[in-house]
Design a protein around this ligand. Sequence first.
Ligand code: FES
Length: 513
Amino acid sequence: MNQANLNPRDSKTVSPWQLQPGLNQQQEVVYSGTIYDVVIIGGGIAGLTTALMLQEQGNQCIILEGHNLGFGTTGGTTAHINTFFDTDYHQVEQDFGADGAKTLANSAKESIAIVQSLIEKYQIECDFALKDGVIYSETEQETKSLLKLLEASRRAGVEAVEVRENGIPVPFEFAVNFNDQAEFHPMKYCIGLAKAFQSLGGTIVENAFVRKTTSEEDLQIAHTDRFEIKGKNLVYATHMPPGLTVFDVECFPYRSYVIGVKLKNGDYPKNMAYDMKDPYHYIRTHNIAGQPYLILGGEDHKTAHENPEAAFEALEAYARQYYYVESVDYRWSAQYYVPADGLPFIGKMPGSNDHTFVATGFSGNGMILGTITGKVLRDAILGQANEYLELFSPSRLKPVAGFKDFVAEKVDVGYHFIADRFNTADMESFAELAPDSGEVVNFKGQKIAVYKDPQGQITALSPTCTHAGCIVKFNAVEKSWDCPCHGGRYDLKGQVITGPPVLNLKQINNPGE
Ligand code: FES
């Protein structure tokens, strides 16, 4: 695989979707003088769908993407498009009532219909296929939970039936099939959305990292390092909105791990399948460059809380336990955010003006929720009725006691961080660090994030996350510094790659200077 031809992602591991050519815009055209109807920050499935649906209504929209389209989670999804969610209908019924569960179910069914209609309307070739999606149990306890899920799904209006096969070589007790689930190539789909958006006059600017947003009279202004863009409305489609927000204590960052496996016997599953473990495994097949692959995901854990290497090892061991593995050709991971009450936040940004919107907390259901975001935010911005606005409203968040103190304290930690450059003797104290690895070390009474590259060169950074002051941790698989608090992530030079921080980690030495 020639890395130079891959579309970059917020991770060093490579997903097969990165082989898809990007937009390849030759020339950047930014109309700094234009006042857009809607400025959308983030070029993943949520931002693209929102932009397209608004542009279709005659709004003039611009997408500002900090890197390239699909750089974030959309480029690392496994693109399962389901009528069930990580938060099961039984739980939703308990917390949001029977009507809440029905509304959630409608959002999933409508999302699939939206994807299908956009594919048809704009002739997007993205390997879309309707598939059976089978959830199966392996223990008595899991069977009890699955039965509850089955009954609650039916009450919510989702078609689900007991089946005798789970379609994969994993023994099971009980299995339920959800008809008409779907899958596609997420980046082919998103590039298709982007081209449709452009064909309607929409503007996309890549490598436009928004450092801050401000308001001036009735306008929202997005500031990048090179220019600022004004709009009547502003949408954060970046998972977590930047800066300190109530979402910092209401959404929790997780990473999921995926392998792309070539099988010896060619016995690739025809359906999608899910077990009832926590975290659960999820499986499907996709043809990549003419070759079928088993796409197996799971081993999720909170960002920067466990060892990513161990997650990949466990996933590979699981694959070898049940399948005739010829080779594991892809390994990748991606980040998602789990909302505290199980439902996404899509709508007006709490504590902001009436023209700032947000979509976050998608859990592992980003394709469905990223799609319905388009319709919800389109209607919210245009002042139209929408069945999902209330259920997904971010204003259901209650102010969190002590939040302001928490933030102030954390910011203070960052503010007081001071470190000098290192001299040669200091550098030698890092000699024991293995090449191509990193660690947060105590050095002269201060914590330092140290990375040694394969040639032995040291980069030292402040480990204090610029968002709210937590200490980052080295991710040996993705070669990044990940924050355990809200999932902020930085590259080896300390530059922000994802999450709520907008400022880079402070570099405290630069050997050779
Ligand atoms: Fe919030 Fe690091 S402190 S992402």
